[in-house]
Design a protein around this ligand. Structure first.
Ligand code: AMP
Length: 318
């Protein structure tokens, strides 16, 4: 059976047996500096059931939900090192997780095998529907599970791209492999276009894996360079990674929770937030984001501020 059909069949069965919980949402859009932010409100996620073991037991033993994955949620292996698993708690139907078969840490970077498996899933898991890969790396990235896992969601709607793509589209004369910063974003980040003609023409998986890893590590290195210029991080570096079939982007993270002004509310932000897709669980959080004057500042709050004078200082030094 093809991967899209298998995912659909497993998804329907797991939903039916209640091993997978789908949470109804409503969405609002908010345009900020050309990015059409999507705020997803999932009130029932706030009441997410604490499944077995009980909450008290859970405090004592840390259960790893991916070792092994629940049989009803397991879809299939991809290569020798990864399995595709359905997200147990989803707000997007068929949200899948690519987990390492052996325990590896979520603080590790992505290696060629991780990137190849993610690319293959992204390109095939949902048929012709485009998809987004993301990786929440490190303790301040918004990850909840310490076992290495990437996530892949199908992109819906009329323009199935993450909202941040609008800024990528504005990079003039962009070239695959060049590393860019997006104009006006107030937080440190780096982005690079991918060479689709190279990937699509290659029939050698090892070559594709090496290419993706070269792009990833080039971007990671550029992220550290940007960080050195713009900030003085005082803690272990966490970051968010986003990949579509067009680009890769990395955003370093200073903290997990964004404080929403005035109301003492905090929301957890992960890679999807930087893709332009924010998730809230309570009416207060929704109202606060809805009336927030600048959602980019919410992201800056959990990233590292972009210092507009840093490049100037550099050119003075030279
Ligand atoms: P993160 O929070 O980014 O670390 O992603 C972990 C994902 O795993 C979340 O989206 C959870 O909904 C999902 N999850 C939690 N428990 C399970 C489980 N038992 N099986 C499959 N997915 C799970």
């Amino acid at each position: 059976m093809s991967l899209p059909n298998l995912i659909q069949e497993k998804y329907d069965a797991a939903l039916n047996s209640k091993d997978l919980l789908f949470f109804e949402t409503t969405k609002i859009n908010k345009n900020v500096d050309g990015v059409e932010f999507e705020i997803t409100y999932a009130p029932s996620l706030a009441k997410k059931p604490e499944s077995d073991p009980t909450v008290e037991e859970k405090k004592k033993i840390k259960v790893n939900p991916f070792l092994p994955p629940h049989p009803t949620l397991y879809v299939q292996d991809i290569g020798e090192e990864h399995s595709v698993v359905l997200n147990k708690f989803c707000v997007v139907p068929r949200h899948i997780i690519l987990v390492t078969k052996e325990f590896k840490s979520q603080s590790q970077p992505l290696f060629p095998g991780d990137l190849l498996a993610a690319w293959q899933c992204m390109m095939t898991a949902f048929g012709t529907t485009p998809a987004l890969v993301f990786y929440n790396c490190g303790p301040f990235s918004g990850a909840s599970q310490p076992h290495k896992h990437l996530q892949i969601v199908p992109l819906q709607g009329q323009n199935p791209q993450p909202p941040i793509k609008a800024l990528f589209n504005q990079i003039r004369d962009r070239k695959a492999g060049q590393i860019y910063v997006l104009e006006n974003l107030p937080f440190v980040h780096v982005i690079t276009p991918l060479d689709r003609s190279f990937i699509d023409s290659s029939t050698d998986n090892e070559e594709i894996a090496d290419y993706l890893a070269q792009m990833f590590f080039g971007l990671l290195d550029a992220m550290f360079q940007q960080l050195r210029k713009h900030a003085t991080p005082d803690r272990e570096i966490s970051y968010n990674f986003i990949m579509t079939d067009q680009f890769m982007m990395i955003i370093p993270r200073s903290r997990e929770l964004a404080t929403l002004s005035q109301e003492n509310l905090q929301v957890s932000i992960n890679s999807l937030g930087f893709a332009g897709m924010l998730l809230v669980k309570t009416p207060e959080e929704l109202a606060s984001l809805e009336k927030h004057s600048d959602l980019m500042q919410v992201l800056k709050n959990v990233g590292y501020a972009w210092n507009p004078d840093a490049d100037m200082e550099d050119s003075i030094e030279q």
